[in-house]
Design a protein around this ligand. Sequence first.
Ligand SMILES: NC(=O)c1ccc[n+]([C@@H]2O[C@H](COP(=O)([O-])OP(=O)(O)OC[C@H]3O[C@@H](n4cnc5c(N)ncnc54)[C@H](O)[C@@H]3O)[C@@H](O)[C@H]2O)c1
Length: 266
Amino acid sequence: MTDTTGRLAGKSAIVTGAGSGIGRASVLAFLREGAHVLASDRDSDGLGETAAAAGRSARLTTQVADAGDEAQVADLVALAQETFGGLDITYANAGISGGTAGLGEITPQLFTEILRINTIGPFLLAQKAAPHMIARGRGSMIMTASVAALRANAGSPAYSASKAGVVSLAQTLAYQLFGTGVRVNAVCPGLIETGMTKPIFDMARERGSEHKLGQINPSRRYGEPSEIAEAALFLASDEASYVNGQALPVCGGLSAGHPFAVPGKA
Ligand SMILES: NC(=O)c1ccc[n+]([C@@H]2O[C@H](COP(=O)([O-])OP(=O)(O)OC[C@H]3O[C@@H](n4cnc5c(N)ncnc54)[C@H](O)[C@@H]3O)[C@@H](O)[C@H]2O)c1
């Protein structure tokens, strides 16, 4: 079934981390705009919920895979090729926070696992998809970084470093793919209510301090997964044809400033 009307009409996409939060919202946005989507996650229940939210769309295929495992990522790309006959968009979005372990607590093992999923995962998807996109002379690769990649105080040192690596990947891979027609960009979400941030939201609600979430953000609120999905959709689409090698903060303005006293609360 081909939708010929949407902003991604006739295009095919892989989305990882598609069983929850930002990934699920992106699958729904991509489908809405006419794409064929291979949605992947390591959590099969989450993927099932995404399929249900998509109304079992005929343009949606799901596949359980570990986004940080080379063989499984290669299989994912092969499946997209086989199912769709081509691959236009990859959205490497799967990620873990790895908790709040700080300088004194983080182990090399945990740091390595965070890097494996958050940084090497997007690299692997780019590496496996690149030959297919290069052969067709076009493609858009998107990766989820974070405002934690840009400055301190939005995640643990390991998480932040892993996301800074994603920003660097968007920049360096854009140049590795010089002249091929393949674009690579990252999105840097601020605080978004998803499975990853559920503990923060649960704790705030328990304490009755939910209103404080986002209070130092110039938009005075936290974000919704769909607001990141719409940015990813833009980067995926031909509307972003001259956007390449960039890390786009989608954070309500949080990453634009230095720490400050909230007006009227100083
Ligand atoms: N929520 C936020 O505030 C926020 C802010 C900045 C960046 N991010 C990033 O956004 C991305 C999406 O996270 P989210 O907020 O939607 O959280 P989420 O927990 O709701 O979704 C993440 C999904 O990734 C999947 N996943 C984790 N490890 C995987 C692996 N190895 N292989 C396959 N799938 C795996 C999980 O099962 C889950 O479905 C992540 O990269 C995260 O770091 C989130």
